[in-house]
Write a protein that binds this ligand. Structure first.
Ligand code: MF3
Ligand code: CO
Ligand code: CO
Length: 248
């Protein structure tokens, strides 16, 4: 069963989502050559605390940091540390907060001093794929219409879709039903209804879709070592169609 949120749940999730988006903006604005990923984590933690929120990631299945920062061939779940950002890097930042009992979750990928058209196209395609998924959300549509729209846009941009990780429902918990794959045939699975809230989060690779998990047990990397991008919005199905909760 996919939870249907009440109006008061939705009000709470607008707040948690907005805070997550604000923290994400703080962090992406700080991404620059020479900044370490641990410094980005500390900045995020500070921005959360200032807003009365806490990380939804820290201690989640033992995750050891406030945010995820995934650089270049790292797809998702990069653990912040001493690594310093360099010119030409592709940096994916994923922020999850818990605020007044509700989670917020959003991610974006930024380029550091763009030099390479292929990298620009990777990030641009990830954003387009997310936008295509969002545009497929409305009451009465099938969940897999969203998945299909994401996949089509990714392919149109010449990127491959990571299949081992998916988007998800969100609410009091970071991960709730349903799973939201970034691939699939349209017209399948559950029908979307007003009050459903979920995260759409395409993970696109410039090279092959295959990934593996590093020995740190978290960092997911592209097997072929080519760059990857990830972006994520939290959306609510509303009577009029879709409301993007993490857009500020
Ligand atoms: N933010 C991820 C997501 O979009 C989940 C991160 S789990 C963590 O669902 F443990 F790494 F924090
Ligand atoms: Co998510
Ligand atoms: Co996320």
């Amino acid at each position: 069963m996919i939870p249907i949120k009440s109006d008061s749940d939705l009000a709470g999730m607008r707040d948690s989502a907005r805070l997550a988006a604000e923290v994400l903006r703080c962090v992406t604005q700080a991404v620059a050559p020479g900044v370490s990923t641990a410094e980005l984590d500390q900045l995020a933690e500070k921005a959360m605390v200032e807003r009365g929120a806490e990380s939804a990631f820290r201690n989640y299945r033992g995750y050891p940091a406030a945010i995820c920062v995934s650089v270049n061939e790292e797809v998702i779940h990069g653990i912040p540390g001493p690594r310093r950002i360099a010119i030409g890097d592709v940096v994916s930042v994923d922020v999850g907060v818990r605020y007044r009992g509700y989670c917020g979750d959003t991610a974006a990928t930024v380029l550091v001093g763009v030099t390479d058209q292929a990298l620009f196209e990777l990030v641009d395609t990830a954003q387009r794929a997310l936008a295509a998924g969002i545009a497929a959300v409305a009451p009465g549509r099938h969940l897999s219409d969203v998945s299909h729209a994401v996949e089509q846009a990714a392919r149109a941009g010449g990127c491959s879709v990571v299949r081992d990780f998916v988007g998800h429902g969100i609410g009091h918990e970071l991960h709730e039903e349903p799973a939201v794959p970034n691939y699939g045939r349209p017209g399948k699975g559950p029908l979307l209804q007003a009050g459903m809230v979920f995260c759409i989060e395409p993970m696109l690779n410039r090279g092959d879709a295959a990934v593996r998990v590093m020995p740190d047990k978290w960092t997911v990397v592209a097997r072929d070592g080519r760059p990857s991008a990830h972006c994520e919005h939290m959306v609510a199905v509303v009577p009029a169609g879709v409301e993007v909760l993490t857009r500020i």
